[in-house]
Design a protein around this ligand. Structure first.
Ligand SMILES: [Cu+2]
Length: 153
């Protein structure tokens, strides 16, 4: 094994051991979001450094049943047509409202959260500076304003 490979293996094991035990992942900054029955995120703007590890949690504070008021966090690649995405998402209930034709445009997404539930996702922020739209893809929620922007700078 070359020195370079050995160094790389050491980094990987350091990253794994720095996890919280539940996940073998590098430490990530927690971004705590909530959602409600009014179809809004509490945070509509997130800023991250290029390539920063983020751990987004989304708690549903609502009381309506999940089938009527589920929420998720979906981060889209730069330049993705969010209106086209959310026009297609109601037909994608089998895939938690992530339309198959847009799967490659999804940088990160959580499962759907019902009342009182918390869902989460850990991901690496894009390395390219810019604005990345995030939204809830449950039918009608984007139109109602359930969206935000991740700014990478
Ligand atoms: Cu929602």
């Amino acid at each position: 094994m070359s020195i370079r490979l050995l160094a790389r293996a050491a980094v990987v094991s350091a990253l794994i051991s720095s996890g919280n035990g539940a996940f073998a992942a590098p430490a990530a900054r927690v971004v705590a979001l909530t959602a409600n029955d009014q179809m809004k995120f509490n945070v509509m703007a997130i800023t991250a450094k290029p390539g920063e590890m983020l751990h987004v949690t989304l708690k549903s504070m609502g009381t309506l049943p999940k089938i009527a008021m589920g929420h998720n966090f979906v981060l889209l690649a730069k330049g993705t047509d969010a209106v086209a995405f959310t026009t297609a998402s109601p037909m994608a209930s089998a895939t938690a409202y992530i339309p198959a034709q847009f799967k490659a445009k999804v940088l990160a997404s959580t499962p759907l959260a019902g009342p009182g539930e918390t869902v989460d996702v850990t991901f690496k922020a894009p390395t390219a500076p810019g604005r990345y739209v995030y939204l809830c893809s449950f039918p009608g929620h984007f139109t109602a304003g359930m969206k935000g922007v991740l700014t990478v700078k």
